[in-house]
Write a protein that binds this ligand. Structure first.
Ligand code: ZN
Length: 312
């Protein structure tokens, strides 16, 4: 099961106050409902490919309205072979009055003016419903963080964008073939959103993956950094050894001042160690900068030898 499916499954088990259930149902109807005419009133069809969401929608409709509900299952023939679950509610004349604040006349539910949802608890539930109905989220393990909810109209998208804004979630909107998309790109904001709508297991998983990913990046950075330092150490040591060999060959190390001679001998003896380690190998106490100074002297001598060689 994908991270998105697991998250949705978890969300269908969130329990809430009646006011919140109603807000969630409103979002479900607005995002995946279609309203048809019927001789004795209207028919509302709520369709989803997700069985858990169908059960959720059924339960919410059941507790909000007294009317009879039908459940239809269709097998999708083309492309994906998923089932489509449809919950059909026939809305008779008097029931229709009750539902007027949820639905308004019109063929498509997207034509319903967006409701203002007063309470904050209900706003979160509305977001949960919208995500259940037409949302998706990338697995945190995939290379980009992404959460989106598609909308039927730009009005619906604007409303959703404002709701996101109220919770300081900086969502963005874009128009695509499949609808008006409202999306989040930052991992941190996706976690906040999932927490807000009650997907706590999803939050835990997301954070765990994010921490492991962060650590992996940090380790990679450290390794890269150390490799760079190591390369620097090695190329410096290679140059020092070349210098010393040249001096040995042309002048002889025993002709060097004692301080330089000691360093040259130890360096030849231990070509791979760092300067700090080289300091510790010397018989007398020498600081790292003191050692550097001596190595520079050796470098100067070698440079002179090279220059003379070129003159010849
Ligand atoms: Zn509420």
């Amino acid at each position: 099961m994908s991270f998105a499916s697991r998250t949705k499954k978890e969300l269908t088990q969130v329990s809430g106050k009646p006011c919140c259930e109603r807000a969630e149902l409103t979002a479900l109807i607005q995002h995946c409902g279609v309203l048809h005419d019927w001789e004795q009133g209207k028919v509302l069809d709520l369709s989803t490919e997700n069985a858990a969401i169908a059960r959720r929608a059924y339960t919410l409709l059941r507790s909000a309205f007294a009317g009879p509900l039908e459940v239809l299952v269709q097998k999708k023939m083309r492309l994906k072979k998923n089932n489509v679950y449809m919950i059909r509610m026939r809305i008779g004349a008097e029931l229709f009055l009750q539902t007027l604040d949820l639905l308004q006349e019109g063929k498509v539910v997207s034509a319903i003016p967006v409701l203002t949802i007063e309470q904050q608890c209900c706003r979160k539930s509305y977001l949960r419903g919208a995500f259940l109905a037409s949302g998706s989220v990338n697995d945190p393990d995939s290379h980009t963080y992404h959460l989106e909810i598609s909308n039927k109209s730009s009005e619906q998208a604007d409303h959703l964008l404002r709701l996101f804004q109220e919770f300081r979630l900086h969502a963005k909107a874009i128009e695509r073939k499949k609808g008006h998309i409202v999306y989040l790109k930052e991992g941190e904001k996706i976690v906040e959103f999932l927490g807000l709508i009650g997907a706590y297991q999803a939050v835990l998983h997301f954070e765990e993956v994010r921490i492991v990913k962060g650590m992996r990046n940090q380790v990679n950075r450290l390794v890269n950094c150390e490799t760079a330092n190591l390369n620097k150490t090695i190329s410096a040591a290679v140059r020092q050894i070349e210098n010393i060999r040249l001096i040995e060959e042309r002048v002889g190390l025993d002709k060097l001042p004692f301080k330089l001679q000691v360093v040259a001998e130890k360096r030849l003896q231990y070509p791979e160690i760092t300067l700090q380690e080289l300091c510790e190998m010397l018989p007398e106490h020498v600081s790292k900068s003191g050692l550097n100074h001596r190595l520079r002297k050796l470098d100067e001598i070698a440079q002179k030898i090279r220059a003379e060689k070129r003159k010849l």
